[in-house]
Design a protein around this ligand. Structure first.
Ligand SMILES: [Mg+2]
Length: 125
């Protein structure tokens, strides 16, 4: 088993049954921004990290997978994790749980699917 596989297995074992609420608590434990910047700080951080995701995907388009680092998928996944951390922080600052946000999003998309409006644009379709 490679070192990468061993690391993945260790992570899976360590967090295998982690609930979203546990993730929120663990993320909270690493939040160090001042209360003055609640909402603003995580919103800006989320945009910045989403930009890092976009930049890596841009480079994938430009250079192709063969031109990327061998671990480009892991790097991209890591950036997704950074986005997730800011999602948790922003949700907490809004006093709404990630679970609630995720469930509401799924409900919204299911309703759009049922109405045949998954495609198209507009927040209220
Ligand atoms: Mg990042």
């Amino acid at each position: 088993m490679s070192i990468k596989e061993q690391a993945e297995n260790w992570l899976k074992e360590r967090y295998k049954d982690m609930k979203i609420s546990e993730y929120e608590e663990k993320a909270q434990a690493t939040a160090i921004y001042p209360d003055t910047y609640k909402i603003t700080y995580p919103a800006l951080g989320m945009a910045g990290e989403a930009g890092e995701v976009a930049n890596k995907v841009k480079k994938l388009i430009r250079d192709g997978a063969e031109g990327m680092a061998d671990d480009w998928k892991e790097q991209l996944a890591s950036e997704i994790g950074d986005v997730m951390w800011y999602c948790a922080a922003l949700a907490r600052d809004l006093d709404v749980s990630l679970t609630t946000i995720m469930a509401a999003n799924l409900d919204k998309l299911k309703a759009r699917q049922e109405r045949g409006t998954l495609g198209g644009s507009g927040d209220k379709r």
